[in-house]
Design a binder for this molecule. Structure first.
Ligand code: SF4
Length: 292
């Protein structure tokens, strides 16, 4: 079997095959600001899971998480996110419900598909209402399918919409749930067909940021409110479609098919704006020159 493929590689390819080539094949560095934000998110994830797995009161867990974050020396101004407040807000609201039963943190679930392996990194698996649920921490969930979404993949592949962010979020959720559902650890005899014994949720840590109403002794000037999106319904409705898309992506990627092809116009409208490679990407540069 060949080397495992990271799910991030597949979702990048889904968004733009050329971007995949630049980033993963040619290993061209991305915008430093994007990399700084990713480092900050990794530190925040570490801190949160340290807090969740720490025993004690909510305040104890917050203290543990914040002291872990302090070791990372993240420059909040550089990444434009109040990381301490994001951690405090999430743990204040969810430390009890997400931290009571923690099955795992910072591990990789591997899905076998068509003779290949897909690695799906997991931030944490916690017990929510007696069900194991994978939690994936992000700063926001702007690019994630909505709670209860059931046809994101077909919308993207149908040709009328180009929504690689939400479609990629479903691919990651389905691949992770499938990997865990087909492993030994969470398999249950009684699970109905098409239902995963493991749930999946994206946590947008800073989804809402607004001025706080000051209270006595409260020095905080902003209120950060996390948002959680569960994609269990997407697994039930789109498992087969998602696995088929993943299989196709691996085939194209293995064939080194990096030309954006007939979806370039869609890519240009939706993906190029946030891409690190606009200054060197010939399809993009040619299109810009043509449309000026
Ligand atoms: S500039 Fe656009 S077409 Fe080029 S790699 Fe980036 S996203 Fe893809």
């Amino acid at each position: 079997m060949s080397e495992p493929i990271a799910i991030d590689e597949l979702t990048t390819y889904l968004a733009c095959p050329r971007q995949y080539e630049y980033r993963y094949r040619l290993e061209i560095a991305r915008d430093p600001a994007i990399q700084a934000r990713e480092r900050a998110l990794a530190a925040v994830r570490d801190a949160i899971t340290a807090g969740l797995t720490h025993s004690g009161t909510v305040e104890d867990r917050i203290d543990e998480a914040l002291s872990r974050l302090a070791e990372e020396a993240i420059d909040d101004k550089a990444v434009n996110v109040d990381c301490r407040e994001a951690i405090r807000s999430y743990l204040d609201q969810y430390a009890d419900s997400h931290g009571t039963g923690v099955y795992a943190s910072d591990e990789i679930a591997t899905l076998g598909l068509g003779g290949h392996e897909i690695d799906c990194p997991i931030d944490a698996i916690v017990s929510i209402d007696d069900q194991p649920v994978v939690l994936q921490y992000q700063f926001d969930v702007d690019d994630v399918a909505f709670d209860g979404a059931r046809n994101t993949i077909s919308k993207h592949t149908g040709g009328n919409m180009y929504i690689p962010g939400p479609a990629g979020s479903v691919l990651r959720a389905v691949a992770t749930m499938e990997a865990l559902a087909t492993g030994d650890r969470f398999a249950t005899d009684g699970a109905p067909a098409g239902k995963s014994p493991v749930g999946f949720a994206y946590v947008g840590l800073t989804q809402t940021v607004r001025p706080s109403v000051p209270e006595a002794g409260d020095a905080s000037e902003i209120e950060i409110i996390p948002e959680i999106r569960r994609l269990d319904a997407a697994y039930e409705a789109e498992r087969d479609a998602a696995l088929s898309v993943l299989d196709n992506l691996i085939t194209w990627l293995s064939a080194q098919a990096y030309d954006p092809g007939d979806r370039f116009a869609d890519i240009r409208k939706t993906v190029c704006g946030d891409c690190s490679y606009t200054g060197m990407c010939s399809p993009y540069i040619n299109a810009e020159v043509r449309f000026e």
